[in-house]
Design a protein around this ligand. Structure first.
Ligand code: IKT
Length: 342
C-alpha cells in the first residue's frame, strides 16, 4: 500500500503515543497534530521527536494538552517550533485535509456527542478520507450510524471504537465466536498497570472513573485533579471496574455475533505499578454446531503495554480504513468489520 499521511486531533496519551508508534512504520507519515490551543502541520512529515519533547509533561487530566503562558513560553502543541498557536485547531486541520488520508480523533469524549460533532465538521467540509476514533461508550455508536448518509455523501470511511476495548478485543471476540453457531456470552476483562504512564493517561483515568458507582460522565468531567487523586487514594491506587458501558456490546450485536446484553466489560487499573494487575482476557462461550458448550479464550501477554494494545490497533484500523476508502467504501465501520492492517 502507498504511503499514508495522517493527522492526530489531541495530544493526550493516545495522540502522543500514536505519533511515536508511527515512527516505527515508514508507510505512515504524521503530517498534522493539534491540541486545543496549537496546531502543527507539515505535509512533508512532522518532526515527531521535537513535537513530543515540546509537549512532554503538559497533559491536562481531561485529556487535552494544556497551553498556558508560563514564563513567557507557550506549552502544549503551541510550544513546538513546528506549531502555531490557534483558537481554531480542528478547522485549521480541516482546511488542509485535502492532502490528509486519515485523521485519528484522539480527543476525550466527555460529552457523548463530541466525537460525532467533530465528524460532522469534516463531513460539512466534504472531507474525503478516513476518520478513526478510540471512543469507549456504547451510546455513541448509534449517533455515528445516524450520520452514515452524510459520511457516504462526503466520501468518509469512519472507523469507530478502534482502541483496545472496544477495538482489538472486540475484533478478537468476533474471531473467537466463529466456532459457535450460538454465542451465549462475551466477557472482556482487562488489566492495566499505569505507574509510569499515569501522567500521560490521566484523561483515560478520568473516563474510567465515570464508570464507578456514584459517578457518570458529567460528574467525572467536573472532578478536580485533587478529587481524582482522592478517589485513586481511596482505592489504594488499584481500582476495579465492572459492567462498564463499553461499545464492545453494541458493536458485537451490530456484527450479528450476540446480543449486546450478553457482553460484559470490566477490568482492573493499577496506577501504582507498571505490572498488569490481572491478565487481559476475552472469553467467548457458545454452542458448537455439533452440540458442545465451550469457551474460546483470547489473552494478551502481561508484558504488552496498554499503549501498545491501544495505539497499535488504532493505527492498524486506520490503515485498514484507508484501504476501504481508496476502494470507494464509505460509511461507519466497527472493529469487527475490518481486520487491522498494521
Ligand atoms: C481502551 O483504551 O481501550 C480502554 C482501556 C483499557 C485498555 C485495555 C488494555 C489491555 C492490555 O493492555 O492488556 C481502559 C478501559 N481505559
Amino acid at each position: 500500500m502507498d504511503d499514508i499521511n495522517f493527522a492526530v486531533l489531541g495530544t493526550g496519551g493516545i495522540g502522543r503515543r500514536t505519533l511515536e508508534y508511527a515512527t516505527e512504520k515508514t508507510a505512515l507519515t504524521p503530517v498534522a497534530a493539534c491540541d486545543r490551543h496549537g496546531v502543527a502541520i507539515d505535509h512533508d512529515g512532522l518532526d515527531v521527536d521535537e513535537l513530543l519533547a515540546a509537549t512532554e509533561g503538559n497533559i491536562a487530566s481531561d485529556g487535552g494538552a494544556v497551553a498556558v503562558k508560563q514564563s513567557g513560553e507557550m506549552r502544549g502543541v503551541a510550544a513546538s517550533t513546528q506549531a502555531e498557536p490557534t483558537e481554531t485547531p480542528i478547522d485549521d486541520i480541516i482546511a488542509e485535509s485535502d492532502a490528509i488520508d486519515a485523521v485519528l480523533i484522539a480527543l476525550p469524549n466527555l460529552e457523548h456527542d463530541f466525537i460525532p460533532r467533530v465528524a460532522d465538521r469534516f463531513a460539512d467540509a466534504d472531507y474525503e478520507g478516513v476518520l478513526v476514533d478510540v471512543l469507549k461508550r456504547s451510546r455513541v455508536i448509534g449517533m455515528l450510524d445516524d450520520r452514515v448518509d452524510s459520511f457516504e455523501d462526503a466520501g468518509i470511511t469512519f472507523v469507530c471504537g478502534a482502541g483496545a476495548t472496544p477495538g482489538f478485543l472486540t475484533g478478537a471476540a468476533a474471531l473467537a465466536a466463529q466456532s459457535f453457531v450460538e454465542v451465549e456470552s462475551v466477557d472482556i476483562w482487562w488489566g492495566v498497570g499505569l505507574k509510569s504512564g499515569y501522567e500521560d493517561n490521566r484523561g483515560t483515568v478520568r473516563e474510567d472513573i465515570a464508570h464507578l458507582d456514584g459517578y457518570d460522565i458529567e460528574t467525572a468531567r467536573e472532578l478536580s485533579d485533587e478529587e481524582i487523586e482522592a478517589i485513586v487514594d481511596e482505592h489504594d491506587g488499584r481500582i476495579e471496574f465492572n459492567d462498564m458501558e463499553h461499545a464492545d456490546d453494541v458493536l458485537l450485536e451490530r456484527a450479528g455475533i450476540c446480543d449486546a446484553e450478553d457482553v460484559t466489560v470490566g477490568g482492573i487499573l493499577d496506577v501504582r505499578s507498571d505490572e498488569k494487575p490481572t491478565t487481559t482476557t476475552v472469553e467467548v462461550t457458545g454452542r458448537t454446531f455439533d452440540g458442545e458448550r465451550a469457551t474460546n479464550t483470547f489473552q494478551l501477554d502481561d508484558d504488552t503495554s496498554m499503549e501498545a494494545n491501544v495505539n497499535g490497533p488504532a493505527l492498524g484500523y486506520l490503515k485498514a480504513g484507508v484501504r476501504r476508502n481508496r476502494a470507494g467504501e464509505y460509511g461507519v465501520f466497527g472493529p469487527t468489520d475490518l481486520m487491522p492492517g498494521f
